[in-house]
Design a protein around this ligand. Structure first.
Ligand code: IPE
Ligand code: IPE
Ligand code: MG
Ligand code: MG
Ligand code: MG
Length: 296
C-alpha cells in the first residue's frame, strides 16, 4: 500500500499542476500560488479523499477535483498561518515561506485565490448537482468560521494563555480536525449510494484522526528537527502556543495519539464485515498509521 500512497501522491500532483496553470491570472499571483501548492507536502488530505472514495467506490474523476480542492485550502491555510501577524514562520515544506519568497501582500492574495479556486474546482467538476452542493456545504463549514478559520482564531487568542483540556481539544479539532473531516466526508460524498451509517462511521474516524494529527504535530514541534520537519522546530514554544505537550506532557500526549488512532480504526470497524476490514479500507487504515508514526 506504500505503493498506492505514492501513486496517489503523484496523481494529485498532476491534477494540481493542471489546475494551477492559469494564464489569465497576473503572473506574480499565479507563481505564488504554484510555489506553495506544488511539489511539497505529504498530501494527507488528498489521500484521505481517495481513501474514503475507495470505501464507497467513488469515481476517480470526481475524487481528483475534491482532492485538489482540499490541497488548495490546505496550501492557503499554511500560507496565512505562516504570516508575520500569525505564526511568523520563515520556513515551510523545506522552502522559504510564501511571504519571504514573495511579499506579504502577495502571500495574502495567493491564499485568497487558492481558497476561491477550491470552490471553483468543485463547481466545475463532473459531480452531480446534488453531490456538488453537499460537498461545497461540508467543505465550507469545515474550512470556515466554525471550522479551520475559527480554530485559527482560537489559536491566536490562546497564545500566552493557559487553556484547559476541553478548550485545547476544541481548538485543535477546529484548526486541524475540521479540514481532515472535510477530506474524508467529501471523499465519501463522491460515492453514489453511501448509507448514513457509512458517512457517520467515516465522520467519526476523521474526527479521531484529525485530533491525533494535531497532537502529533505538537509533539514533533518538540521532538523532530527543522530539517526533517521542513518547518522551524520549536515554533510553538517560541510563540507561547497552547499545545498538548505543554498542557499534559510529552508522554501523555503520545498515549493520547495512540488511543485516538485505536478509536479511529474502531470507527471503521463499525461498517466492516463483522469487524473484519476488507481491502477497500486499506488506504484509510494505512493513513491512520502514517499519522501517528510520521516524523514530519
Ligand atoms: C500542517 O499540516 C498544518 C497542520 C494542520 C498541523 P501538514 O503537516 O499536513 O502539512 P503538509 O501539507 O504535509 O505540508
Ligand atoms: C496549523 O497549526 C493549523 C492550520 C490551520 C494551518 P500549526 O500552526 O501548528 O501548523 P504548523 O506547525 O505551522 O504547520
Ligand atoms: Mg498556527
Ligand atoms: Mg504554524
Ligand atoms: Mg504546529
Amino acid at each position: 500500500v506504500k505503493n498506492s500512497i505514492e501513486a496517489f501522491q503523484q496523481r494529485i500532483e498532476n491534477v494540481l499542476e493542471i489546475q494551477l496553470n492559469d494564464s489569465s491570472a497576473p503572473p506574480r499571483l499565479a507563481s505564488a500560488m504554484r510555489y506553495s501548492t506544488l511539489g511539497g507536502g505529504k498530501r494527507l488530505r488528498a489521500l484521505l479523499v481517495y481513501g474514503a472514495g475507495a470505501v464507497v467506490n467513488a469515481p476517480y474523476e470526481s475524487l481528483d477535483f475534491v482532492a485538489a480542492a482540499l490541497e488548495c485550502i490546505q496550501a492557503y491555510s499554511l500560507i496565512h498561518d505562516d504570516l508575520p501577524s500569525m505564526d511568523n514562520d520563515d520556513l515551510r515544506r523545506g522552502k522559504p515561506t510564501n511571504h519571504i519568497k514573495y511579499d506579504e501582500a502577495t502571500a495574502i492574495l495567493a491564499g485568497d485565490a487558492l481558497l476561491t479556486l477550491a470552490f471553483e474546482l468543485i463547481a466545475k467538476s463532473d459531480l452531480a448537482d446534488k453531490q456538488a452542493r453537499q460537498i461545497s456545504n461540508r467543505l465550507s463549514q469545515c474550512a470556515g468560521r466554525s471550522g479551520m478559520v475559527g480554530g485559527q482564531m482560537l489559536d491566536i487568542l490562546a497564545t500566552q494563555q493557559q487553556l484547559n483540556l476541553a478548550q485545547l481539544e476544541e481548538m485543535h479539532s477546529c484548526k486541524t480536525g475540521a479540514l481532515i473531516n472535510a477530506a474524508v466526508v467529501c471523499g465519501a460524498l463522491c460515492g453514489v449510494d453511501q448509507s448514513d451509517a457509512t458517512i457517520d462511521a467515516l465522520d467519526s474516524y476523521a474526527n479521531k484522526l484529525g485530533l491525533a494529527f494535531q497532537v502529533v504535530d505538537d509533539i514533533l514541534d518538540i521532538e523532530s528537527t527543522t530539517e526533517q520537519l521542513g518547518k522551524p522546530r520549536g515554533s510553538d514554544a517560541n510563540a507561547g502556543k497552547a499545545t498538548y505537550p505543554a498542557l499534559i506532557g510529552l508522554n501523555e500526549s503520545k498515549k493520547l495519539a495512540k488511543n485516538l488512532y485505536q478509536e479511529a480504526i474502531e470507527s471503521l470497524q463499525l461498517i466492516s464485515d463483522n469487524g473484519e476490514l476488507t481491502s477497500s479500507f486499506d488506504l484509510l487504515t494505512d493513513l491512520a498509521s502514517l499519522v501517528i508514526e510520521r516524523t514530519h
